[in-house]
Design a protein around this ligand. Structure first.
Ligand SMILES: [Zn+2]
Length: 428
């Protein structure tokens, strides 16, 4: 298919591009980007007034398949991703069974090829069944196609085991991604420990649970030389420690989920279980530190930490409800609304953190619009206002922390491998 995108504002941070240009695509690749291109095409997209970017890359998605297809499947997660302009995502290993062996990794790769929707990159678990007791066969995971190892959902509590995992990861040249949490400090906490948790009478998780685990990971990464990525950072202590480690040359990258730069623990008032997640939404002091860390590039990447649940898992008293928020359909709009519109960072900066920055960490040739690159493209109307309506979500999980909130910015077209997957906000 030959596609010509006309007169859009093309933003490609990798190539320092931000100008009104045309993009010509054929054979699944980007053929030319210039002013006033004149090609015969099967489809011409008038992108006047719209923003054309590399397809977004999400480094943290819980697809629930295999095992909990009632919550989400690789197919429904892919459709939700397309609706949000996400053309590639990393699937976390906390499925059932856990992706701790070759067969689960191969299943995900095969299933995503059959679906032919978005590019899905599976991860393998650091430890068998994510139990934190015995290491998975890291080399086997790598050879079967896992892009990284992580015990996301939990953290490896045993420092000796984590150090060995980092040593193996280094030997195999594998990225290790850590969910930073200290179990003995979290205990039965269900939200951020602070003024709001006291008001609500709910047990809190202190920031120290995350701070200590981040320090542990940084110290071991420095000692082993492993390449690590810290998932969903949410505290002032975490970003301060990462900033220092980066100045020392530790091989670390860091992300924040879009929830954690936009919302605070005050969302939990009314016992709103869609605001229950791990790490918890923090107080304003932490939110401000996270936003500063985004400006300073201490935070490299934005993710969704997309965590779909069935309704009964959230329709419970707050203390018993499941942790997590969906996010694939809203992440760009949240970043645009809470960071760009509030003049905290620029539009090219948020696009960088959702395209080329994750691609470079994952070492995949995605997230840019160079000539010859895969034609994975998103086209956004950055001024469109809309209200997040769970009944319209393509994800099986309706548990979005932004439900009923007004956001600005919506994806209109998603193109993957040169095929139009969404047109005028409708899945093709
Ligand atoms: Zn996690």
């Amino acid at each position: 298919m030959r596609i010509l995108i006309k007169n859009g504002r093309v933003i490609d941070p990798k190539n320092n591009l931000d100008a009104e240009l045309d993009v010509f695509i054929s054979d699944g690749k980007i053929q030319e980007i210039a002013k006033s291109l004149d090609y015969s095409a099967d489809k011409i997209i008038d992108a006047k007034g719209l923003v054309v970017t590399p397809g977004l890359i999400d480094m943290q998605v819980h697809t629930r398949e295999p095992g909990r297809e009632d919550k989400e499947t690789l197919e429904t997660a892919s459709l939700a991703a397309i609706a949000g302009g996400i053309t590639s995502f990393v699937a976390m290993p906390n499925t059932s069974p856990v992706a701790d062996n070759q067969s689960v990794i191969e299943f995900i790769i095969k299933r995503s090829k059959e679906l032919n929707l978005v590019n899905i990159y599976p991860t393998g678990s650091i430890t068998k069944r994510e139990e934190g007791k015995m290491l998975s066969e890291i080399n086997e995971l790598k050879n079967s196609g896992a892009i990284a190892i992580t015990d996301d959902g939990v953290d490896v509590q045993d420092e000796g085991l984590l150090k060995r995992a980092m040593q193996y990861a280094k030997t195999c040249d594998m990225l290790l991604m850590s969910h930073c949490e200290t179990d003995t400090l979290t205990e039965d906490g269900v939200m951020h420990e602070g003024w709001v948790s006291t008001q609500l009478g709910l047990p809190g998780t202190p920031a120290s649970s995350e701070d200590l685990a981040v320090q542990k990971n940084l110290i071991l990464a420095e000692e082993t030389g492993a390449r690590i990525h810290l998932l969903h950072n949410s505290t002032k202590g975490a970003v301060n420690a990462i900033a220092l480690a980066k100045t020392k040359g530790v091989n670390v990258t860091a992300e924040v989920s879009v929830q954690h730069f936009s919302l605070t623990d005050e969302e939990c008032f009314g016992y709103n279980t869609n605001a229950k997640m791990y790490p918890p939404l923090r107080s304003n002091e932490h939110l401000e530190a996270i936003q500063k860390a985004i400006q300073d590039n201490v935070i490299d990447v934005f993710t969704t930490d997309h965590a779909p649940h069935i309704e009964p898992d959230k329709l419970k008293p707050f203390a018993y409800a499941a942790f997590g928020s969906t996010g694939l359909e809203t992440s760009f709009a949240v970043a645009n609304t809470y960071l760009v519109e509030k003049n905290i960072v620029s539009l090219p900066d948020i696009i960088r953190k959702m395209t080329i920055a994750p691609a470079q960490i994952l070492r995949i040739d995605k997230g840019h619009l160079s000539v010859g690159a895969d034609a994975d493209i998103a086209i956004f109307d950055i001024s469109k206002k809309w209200i997040v309506n769970p009944s319209k979500s393509l994800s099986k999980g309706k548990n979005c922390a932004f439900n009923d909130k007004e956001l600005t910015g919506k994806c209109k077209y998603t193109i993957i491998g040169g095929e139009i997957k969404m047109q005028d906000e409708k899945i093709v």
